[in-house]
Design a binder for this molecule. Structure first.
Ligand code: SME
Length: 161
């Protein structure tokens, strides 16, 4: 396979369909969690505009621990009752935060972050972690971004052994 990715084009849903196809191709035949998280973080970070952090936190049975990512070094551990990530993990619902400064308890790993999308990673009832994206732009993520990035998160979960 080729590791080169192609520029996204067309409407936002079309672009996310292309991104999902690239994501599926990247993880195809591989079940290693670190490998797939690393490649998906790199894919998404370079494919989409206006992002300053894209990556994974994994649940260790107690709290979230940072995994593969692109962006500035980040907080290593996040309790489930802390931050946007903890909120996504404990509610098991995607958190789409237009203005992180208005979110009580937001953890500012990178002071440049202004909006955030966090998708919980669930296999059945089991919490695996979260997929976290930060943007330096307020209100960066709309419903198309949420749907598209939830698909990428699902491709990751389904790739695991
Ligand atoms: N802002 C997140 C912390 C993780 S960093 O964005 C990478 C939060 O509030 O949970």
């Amino acid at each position: 396979m080729s590791f080169a990715t192609h520029r996204l084009s067309g409407s936002k849903p079309e672009q996310y369909a292309q991104l999902a196809a690239q994501a599926a191709a990247l993880v195809q035949g591989e079940a290693d969690r670190i490998a797939n998280a690393a490649n998906l973080a790199a894919l998404v970070y370079h494919a989409l505009p206006d992002l300053n952090w894209v990556g994974f936190y994994f649940y260790d049975g107690r709290e979230l621990v940072v995994g593969p990512f692109q962006g500035q070094p980040a907080c290593v551990r996040i309790a489930l009752d802390k931050g946007v990530c903890g909120n996504a993990a404990s509610t098991r619902q995607t958190q789409r935060i237009a203005d992180v400064e208005a979110f009580p308890g937001h953890i500012a790993c990178d002071a440049a972050s202004r909006s955030e999308l966090v998708v919980p990673l669930l296999r059945g009832d089991q919490l695996i972690g979260v997929f976290d994206l930060d943007s330096p732009r307020v209100d960066r993520f709309d419903a198309h971004d949420q749907a598209g990035l939830e698909t990428i998160a699902r491709i990751f979960v389904e790739s695991l052994a």
